[in-house]
Design a protein around this ligand. Structure first.
Ligand code: NAP
Length: 338
């Protein structure tokens, strides 16, 4: 049985997900595509025998041939497509962010709750990374005792010219925000953002930033965000427990000893570092919903919580103060979402 998927948004990640659904993953077929740029959508469809090109996301979602929807369009358009998929009773995988405002995420949570079943999964792929899963398995096993702190670093070699100040929180740190909620199995209660000396590599941008996330259970998480570090894409994480520590391993599968030096490659960017995580993420989504099942990955509630914490982070950055996170009551539908 092949799950027939329609893809809304055939930009960079849309094309990459289409590539993995057509050449890497099993049990899935791309049956339809659309994009505001019809020329791009048509060009992408040329490589997809039998795929329909629709004039809008709404038309694609209404297509009876489309059993499930993958939303890869620009963030501010996510809400309308996710709500349309929920209204049509179709499963929808939405690239992060779920939506760009707390209110929009809330509307999605409320619509899905009213539908009474899980239809939405959000593209927070770190939960599918082998190293993060191994780290969480150690934490959950109790081997290092109760987790007390986590040290994280998110380092990009560089960012494009349109990268604005808030994006360090809303686009970059948001991956750590989702990851630590999952790692600790609890919500984030408050956020602080400290501003270190500015890197000369960042131009006008305040880079790096240093976030402190207070978990509801009292653990503290620090996150270094450096987006012009030059040497490569480097993601770090170490959990400090009462009886030991556990850290993500080095991402390189090879270390070379030569000429009195020990060297290992550093990934160029997030595509290289998380290539396999994206494959696992979509395959597990397909496997979970094929045959009418419900998704088990990051939920609309997770997308909502990430948006609220991001907003708190932006407020903490702008105001220089500690900002508490205030979430709506969690609907019953999401009690078993993690
Ligand atoms: P992109 O290359 O700009 O692609 C977005 C595509 O959506 C573009 O082709 C855009 O067309 C199209 N689009 C915009 N509005 C639309 C609409 N109303 N209906 C249909 N298509 C529309 O951006 P991207 O880098 O692929 O990012 C897309 C989404 O994926 C973003 O939300 C981003 O945050 C997310 N993302 C997630 C990860 C991750 O690690 N999980 C990584 C990368 C991206 P135009 O260019 O003509 O506007």
């Amino acid at each position: 049985m092949m799950l027939k998927v329609g893809v809304v948004g055939t930009g960079m990640i849309g094309q990459d997900h289409i590539r993995r659904m057509t050449t890497v993953l099993a049990g899935v077929e791309v049956a339809a595509v659309t994009d505001v740029d019809m020329e791009t959508a048509k060009k992408v469809a040329e490589g997809l025998p039998g795929a329909t090109v629709h004039g809008s996301g709404e038309d694609l979602i209404a297509d009876p041939e489309v059993e499930a929807v993958v939303v890869c369009s620009w963030g501010p358009t996510h809400e309308q497509y996710v709500l349309a998929a929920i209204a049509a009773g179709k499963q929808v995988f939405c690239e992060k962010p779920l939506a760009t405002t707390e209110q929009a995420c809330r509307r999605i949570v409320e619509a899905e709750s009213a539908a009474g079943k899980r239809l939405v999964q959000v593209g927070y792929m770190r939960r599918y990374d082998e190293a993060y899963r191994a780290l969480k398995a150690v934490v959950d096993s109790g081997r290092i005792g109760t987790p007390l702190m986590m040290h994280c670093a998110h380092r990009n070699a560089s960012v494009p010219p349109h990268y604005a100040a808030d994006m360090a929180i809303t686009d970059t740190a948001v991956h750590e925000i989702d990851m630590v909620r999952w790692m600790f199995g609890e919500e984030i209660a408050a956020v602080r953002v400290l501003v270190p000396r500015k890197s000369r590599n960042g131009g006008d941008l305040q880079d790096p930033l240093f976030l402190i996330l207070e978990m509801a259970g009292g653990a503290l998480v620090d996150v270094e965000i450096s987006v012009n570090i030059r040497y490569g894409y480097d993601i770090r994480g170490e959990v400090v427990g009462e009886d030991g520590t556990a850290a993500l391993g080095e991402p390189s599968p090879v270390a070379v000893r030569a000429a009195h030096q020990l060297t290992a490659p550093v990934p160029a960017d997030w595509r290289e570092r998380f290539l396999r995580a994206y494959d696992v993420e979509l395959q597990e989504w397909i496997d979970s919903i094929a045959g009418g099942g419900a998704p088990v990955g990051p939920s609309a509630w997770d997308g909502y919580a990430a948006a609220v914490v991001s907003d708190a982070g932006v407020a903490a950055l702008r105001g220089g103060t500690r900002v508490e996170v205030s979430l709506m009551p969690r609907p019953a539908l999401y009690e078993v979402s993690r």
